[in-house]
Write a protein that binds this ligand. Structure first.
Ligand code: HDE
Length: 730
């Protein structure tokens, strides 16, 4: 290979940063190269093994075959025990203002600094090959490659967790994973073992509300919030600490799909989220989030109705506002899924000076788990040398050897203190960036117990429910009814109803109705079955105070950003004879607003417009599906309209778009196509007179409305009222 030639010859035109530039030295690109063995020997025949005669046995001597097969046999590594399925991207983070009053973390103190990041999104329960659209929590793990080492913010898209103590994590995960006798179901919490566990674990009530909400079926990774969950600490250069909760706020708003849609997407495109992230970045529609922090001064630690150390609680934004302190932009897809997305190793314990932990018992246990899990998954203690895991600054210490060691450490000493090498590598004073743990005062006895301040299990679950819109509440009721309906053991269903009634009577009543069950009366003190062997029930009894805050606006997605159609996918249904003018005008307008527009026709190739123009078809009615789009438009043109009216797949497309509460627009001339749908008779009589933004349906000759109003409709995302106003068939 020409030494001067860049290694990555097919380099995508996506921005470089300090980290991606450093990865470059590990990149291999075979364009124009000869085939070689792993040891560099050029291979003459890679298609036939070496045999004793044309029809003879294969010879052991065939080192080329042996090497190829052996490597193949060893290609797989264990998938992550949780968060196995994920997708990742490179990007950058920039802080808006110097945060040095709160933290000495250098990347948060210099608005001029651009910190490379690598972000991996994931589902939790499913295997590597499972569907993206499972009802599940999403992982949101960010690795900041700072000039002071790597900081990993290993969060989720929900701000709380199921359990309060790490010791229960294996139980939780065993319960939610496929059942051990038959490995069913894949990537789903709708089964007996999960709800058996949850129904005995009232501390999971708050998290369960999030999991049964639409947050568990995001429209896109790009449209999810992220949360650090635990309370962390910021520490400034004077050693002064404050508590901090981390948030990621997506600039596209927070949006979800409908549950029926999620189930359909799982069949039509199980890679829906992965593809969405990849395509958006390839198209230059770079996803962005603002980093938010909620700061609580140390003096206010006990000011709240809940314990800041309890990971089943959030701090309502009404009590402590979220300050937006910086922006993250994902602008580059990985070159290689395995090398980067699969081998990246996050650890909640990767912090930099200025960021520290609290005693949240869930966080404390995680500090052990993440390195431990990489040892088995990545095969040994040198996983930090895998290119994607390396910091952008040099590593110097006395750790040595181990499987697959890459670094060639020069010199005689690998210990400290040493005299031979003048004590290098040297310890670093705090003023020069040495990490000093926050000097929290501790005076305690060793004890296996939980603080009574952790036993309010329901008030924030109720706060969450109260904060939802009517449509969101209905979805929660439906989700419980679906999930518990999949549970075979009636006592488990019943026990869950006894938990739900602690949260809200109407919720419990509606779910009981769907399950055809009565709500059993289980006293509050008997709900929690996570008792120590000789524990007294009252020591572990839940309490259920009212909570002084009734509603928190930030908890509802109804109030999210709804003024952009950037990167939304819009379908245009067309056939030969389509009115080319309106099609182009609507398409061009949508594209100019940043939307992605696909022309979908009965067949692939090209269609010919009424004016004789050739129009390239992006998808056929066979390869596309309504659930993969955010909105649909049907242009006029007599022949096109006639053809589509008789196309079952086109009618199904519209029916599904209606059912999933999406924006639908049509030229007046195309009304005939809509009249073939089941919702035709439910079309509002006054549809053309300004009902579009309420109903989500626009049928008009007015091209201005077809562009401007249609865009506003799409930005509203969904017209959930349709579900309430009209019966929507399956
Ligand atoms: Fe994790 N978690 N976790 N977790 N977690 C892992 O580490 C663990 C928890 C989260 O994209 C594992 O490398 C324990 C909360 C994300 O690679 C493992 C407990 C939150 C990812 C592990 C928790 C998370 C993981 C599995 C209870 C949100 C994927 C593979 C105390 C704040 C990171 C791995 C990626 C992955 C342990 C609870 C987020 C086994 C013991 C709470 C986003 O180490």
């Amino acid at each position: 290979m020409d030494k001067k030639a860049p290694k990555r010859k097919n380099k995508p035109a996506q921005p470089e940063n300090d980290k991606t530039a450093k990865l470059e030295s590990f990149v291999a690109d075979s364009t124009g190269e000869f085939l070689t063995t792993n040891h560099g020997v050029r291979i003459n025949d890679d298609q036939n093994s070496l045999k004793a005669g044309e029809r003879g046995a294969t010879l052991l001597e065939d080192f080329i075959l042996r090497e190829k097969i052996t490597h193949f046999d060893h290609e797989r590594i264990p998938e992550r025990v949780v968060h196995a399925r994920g997708s990742a991207a490179h990007g950058v983070f920039k802080v808006y203002e110097d945060m040095s009053k709160l933290t000495r973390a250098a990347f948060l103190c210099d608005p001029g600094a651009e910190t490379p990041v690598f972000v991996r999104f994931s589902t939790v329960a499913g295997s590597r090959g499972s569907t993206d659209l499972a009802r599940d929590v999403r992982g949101f793990a960010v690795k900041f490659y700072t000039q002071e080492g790597n900081f990993d913010l290993v969060g989720n898209n929900m701000p709380v967790f199921f359990i309060q103590d790490t010791v229960k994590f294996p139980d939780l995960v065993h319960a939610v994973k496929p059942e051990p006798d038959n490995e069913m179901p894949q990537a789903a919490s709708a089964h007996d073992t999960f709800w058996d566990f949850i129904s005995q674990m009232p501390e999971s009530s708050h998290m369960i509300m999030w999991l049964m909400s639409d947050r568990a079926i995001p429209r896109s990774y790009r449209m999810m919030e992220g949360f650090g969950v635990h309370t962390f600490r910021f520490v400034n250069a004077n050693g002064e600490a404050s508590f901090v909760k981390f948030h990621w706020k997506p600039l596209l708003g927070v949006h979800s799909v409908a549950w029926d849609e999620a189930q359909n997407i799982s069949g039509k495109d199980p890679d829906f989220h992965r593809r969405d992230l990849w395509d958006a970045i390839e198209a230059g529609a770079f996803p962005e989030w603002e980093l938010g922090v909620q700061i609580v001064p140390e003096a206010d630690e006990f000011k709240f109705e809940f314990d800041l150390l309890d990971p089943t609680k959030l701090i309502p934004e009404e009590l402590v506002p979220v300050q937006r302190i910086g922006k993250m932009t994902l602008n580059r897809n990985p070159d290689n899924f395995f090398a980067e997305t699969e081998q990246v190793a996050f650890h909640v314990g990767h912090v930099v000076p200025g960021i520290d932990f609290t005693n949240d018992p869930l966080l404390q246990g995680r500090l052990f788990s993440y390195t431990d899990t990489q040892l088995i998954r990545l095969g040994g203690p040198n996983f930090h040398e895998i290119p994607i895991n390396r910091p952008v600054i040099p590593v110097h210490n006395n750790q040595r050897d181990g499987h697959m060691r890459q670094t060639i450490n020069r010199g005689k000493t690998s210990y400290g203190p040493n005299g031979i090498a003048a004590n290098d590598p040297r310890q670093v004073p705090a003023a020069q960036g040495g990490f000093v743990s926050h000097n929290e005062a501790i005076d305690a006895r060793k004890i296996r117990a939980r603080s009574r301040s952790f036993f309010d299990h329901f008030s924030q679950a109720r706060l969450f429910l109260n904060s939802q819109s009517n449509a969101e509440k209905n979805h929660i009721i439906d989700a419980f009814s679906f999930e518990l309906g999949k549970v075979k053991a009636i006592p488990v269903r019943e026990r869950m109803l006894a938990v739900l009634i602690q949260i809200d009577k109407d919720l419990a009543g509606a779910v009981a109705q769907a399950l055809g069950l009565k709500i059993p009366k289980i006293p509050l003190a008997d709900l929690n079955n996570s008792l120590p062997a000789d524990g007294k029930r009252k020591d572990y009894a839940s309490v259920n105070p009212k909570g002084s805050l009734v509603k928190s606006i930030a908890l509802s997605m109804a109030t999210t950003i709804k003024d952009t159609v950037k990167s939304r996918k819009i379908a245009i249904l067309a056939a030969d004879g389509v009115n080319e003018q309106t099609l182009s005008k609507v398409k061009d307008f949508l594209v100019a607003q940043g939307a992605v527009v696909h022309i979908i026709a009965p067949r692939l190739g090209e269609i010919i417009s009424a004016g004789g123009k050739n129009i390239v078809v992006d998808e056929s009615l066979l390869t596309a599906a309504s659930v993969l789009y955010d909105a649909v438009y049907v242009p006029g043109g007599t022949n096109s309209v006639n053809a589509l009216s008789g196309e079952a797949n086109a009618i199904h497309f519209l029916n599904e778009a209606f059912k999933h509460c999406k924006a639908i627009a049509a030229d007046k001339q195309a009304l005939q196509v809509l009249e073939s749908t089941y919702f035709a008779k439910k079309l509002p009589a006054e549809y053309a007179n300004g009902t579009a933004l309420r109903e989500g349906i626009l049928i008009t000759e007015d091209i201005k409305a077809l562009t401007k109003t249609f865009v506003e409709m799409i930005a509203l995302h969904r017209f959930w009222d349709r579900e309430i106003q009209r019966k929507i068939p399956a």
